[in-house]
Design a protein around this ligand. Structure first.
Ligand code: ATP
Ligand code: SF4
Ligand code: MG
Length: 334
């Protein structure tokens, strides 16, 4: 399989009157074509910032300080705005967080499709627009006849989310990025959207990247999981390994927290402490104030994402030290 997105040392921050919020700090990872990748982590850990950095859609006070993002062989962060605009939607489509509110209440759904294609200099006559929009709405199991001429307020939250996915597919992108596609929806609607995304992936051979703070959703849908903590990518691994042999102490805490879903409450151990302020994050490993395995070195030096022999990637000094000291032994902490 071929790499479709490659991110190298992405650093993004926000300017605020108190200083700078270091929301994405040295993020590197690669995504293979036709796979599903989940980006997971607590609220305010920098998940949306990573995606907005990759797609160059940060808010006005956001800045990309360094890093490269490749779409196939094309380095996209250095592209002129016009060229980047063409790549967005046609190649890489993004459904931002809480974008249900971005649907214009005074416009029918058909007009949202019309605006989207016109923003990309595409002109279809009405018949073709209806035909294409209907095809995409059917893909998300909505009835075009009743939806196309409705206003957003006539639709439920789950229906609006499906309309947004259909809109994002109108120019048939190769990569679809969804920021929290299931949040703010009831459990049944969440399950419906997850199944729908599975079906789209199967039918369209599309590469999916989605953000969730719910690791159980990642388990359902993703081939690979990127775990983010306080603006750092701390583990990147197959979903199977993340769930059956989590490596990073933070990932272990996250997996433990979903024991609640299995109703084994007695075994839940929450991660002690709170996530840090990104205005003034902890030195060295940003997780060190909460980590039970922390050693002196962790306070001083930031652990880089390290490739283990089995292909796992983890940013933790324990694994690095262990591999260096004993080449034949794989580090296991429990
Ligand atoms: P959530 O799960 O709540 O959506 P997230 O993981 O997507 O959170 P981000 O939205 O990327 O987190 O935010 C990362 C950090 O950057 C947080 O500390 C947040 O408060 C801060 N932040 C995000 N947007 C801005 C902004 N426009 N200005 C200043 N700080 C911001
Ligand atoms: Fe814990 Fe140190 Fe690993 Fe950070 S680097 S997760 S503090 S053991
Ligand atoms: Mg977010």
């Amino acid at each position: 399989m071929k790499t479709i997105i490659k991110v190298e040392d992405l650093q993004a921050l926000y300017l605020v009157k108190e200083g700078t919020i270091k929301a994405a700090d040295g993020i590197s990872f690669s995504i293979l074509e036709n796979t599903v990748t989940a980006i997971v982590g607590e609220s305010a850990s920098g998940k949306s910032t990573i995606i907005e950095g990759i797609t160059k859609t940060l808010p006005p006070n956001g800045r990309i300080i360094s890093g490269k993002v490749y779409y196939n062989d094309l380095e996209i962060l250095t592209l002129k705005d016009e060229k980047l605009r063409q790549i967005r939607w046609k190649e890489i489509a993004l459904v931002p967080q809480a974008s249900q509110q971005s649907l214009n209440p005074t416009m029918k759904i058909i007009d949202h499709f019309k605006d989207t294609i016109e923003a990309h200099d595409i002109k279809w006559d009405k018949r073709k627009l209806i035909e294409k929009a209907s095809e995409k709405l059917e893909m998300v199991r909505l009835n075009p006849e009743s939806i196309l001429f409705s206003y957003p307020m006539q639709l439920s939250g789950g229906m609006k989310q499906r309309v947004l996915i259909a809109l994002s597919l109108i120019l048939e992108p190769k990569v679809l990025i969804l920021d929290e596609p299931t949040s703010a929806l009831d459990v049944l609607t969440q399950a419906y959207i997850i199944n729908l995304l599975k079906e789209l992936k199967r039918k369209l051979n599309i590469t999916l990247i989605f953000i969730t703070h719910d690791i159980a959703v990642a388990a359902e849908l993703a081939d690979n999981v990127a775990v983010v903590y306080a603006g750092n990518l701390v583990e990147y691994n197959s979903t199977n390994k993340i769930f059956n042999n989590p490596l990073h102490p933070y990932t272990k805490g996250l997996i433990n927290s979903i024991m609640a879903i299995n109703k084994d409450m007695s075994k839940i151990k929450s991660i002690p402490g709170n996530s840090p302020s990104l205005l003034n994050p902890p030195s060295g490993c940003r997780f060190h104030p909460r980590c039970v395995y922390s050693i002196e070195h962790c306070k001083k030096e930031k652990p880089l994402l390290h490739n283990l022999k089995d292909g796992s990637q983890v940013a933790c000094h324990l694994y690095y030290e262990e591999e260096r000291v004993n080449e034949t032994k794989t580090c296991r902490i429990s």
